[in-house]
Design a protein around this ligand. Sequence first.
Ligand SMILES: Nc1ncnc2c1ncn2[C@@H]1O[C@H](COP(=O)(O)OP(=O)(O)OP(=O)(O)O)[C@@H](O)[C@H]1O
Ligand SMILES: O=C(O)[C@@H](CO)OP(=O)(O)O
Length: 310
Amino acid sequence: MIMIKGAVGKKKYKEPFSKGIMARSLYITDLGYDKSYEIATCIENKLLEENISEISIEDLAIFVTNYLKNYVDPVLAEKYIKWRNVRKSKEPLIILIGGASGVGTSSMAFELASRLGLKNLISTDMIREVMRKIVSQELSPVIHKSSFNAYESIRTPLLGPDPVVEGFISHVDVVNVGVEAVIERALKEGISIIIEGVHIVPGFIKEDLIRKSNVILFTLIVRDENTHKSRFYSRCRQPWVKRSLDNYLSNFHLIRKTQSFMIDQAIKHNSKIIDNVDVTYTIDIMVNDIIEKYGGSYDVKQESKRNNDN
Ligand SMILES: Nc1ncnc2c1ncn2[C@@H]1O[C@H](COP(=O)(O)OP(=O)(O)OP(=O)(O)O)[C@@H](O)[C@H]1O
Ligand SMILES: O=C(O)[C@@H](CO)OP(=O)(O)O
């Protein structure tokens, strides 16, 4: 059996090498579960071949990086080490995924959480639901509507040419208070989290939060109208889904307007836009962006030197 040596603060511990845990950490490199497990098995065999029965967690990471570099693919080695840097960071990762109704924010957030092994995921619809219990319809009628038809509840005189966009802005502005509270709590507790939904819009979240280096925002869109429309059919196909297909189809032109507004905001604030047509493409872009932004530099020798110095 191969034992892995690690430390939490000054406390040292040992645990047996687990192919499952190793496969999980390789999964980030987009190898897929089966291939990750296969490589984890090869790594275990290689350790045994080299008569390594005990290894520190840092040396294991170097061993894995070199294995990927020499026997699999140097690009994957780089991804692996960069993701490791992200995981070792002292700050939690706050991933915000916005997009108009139906573009796939909840599906992509779930996929991304699974790829990154993140356990915390919340939808802004749920935040809004809690807020609806606290803030009466009289006080804030807009949040008791959908984002795309909130304009029907605007009480103040219209300021611009498009009531739909104005309703959307008022709606997002209120729910954003709850979104910011979740971000602040996650930062305070040190919890990595994904927050997704229509209420994540560039330009609405406080500057001091969005500028933090560990907060990243993606705006998902579906540029093609027919593809976007078909998403409502696929969403309503499951028998347990209670949201009415007709409601989204009859309001589709309003939903598209909210998407156009989100695109304008993302461009204005220099924020990433992803056309969510293909799941693999969307997740790969998000993963690559995250590891490029937070993964630091890829330097195995540096890590090796650090270990020798310790
Ligand atoms: N890249 C994709 N390729 C194919 N289908 C997708 C993709 N992304 C999402 N879908 C499908 O589109 C439908 C709508 O997605 P989802 O429910 O995630 O949207 P949403 O943006 O969360 O909507 P809402 O904000 O209204 O809840 C789902 O059936 C989902 O499986
Ligand atoms: O407000 C909206 O656009 C959607 C987002 O999911 O919510 P609901 O369908 O509950 O109105």
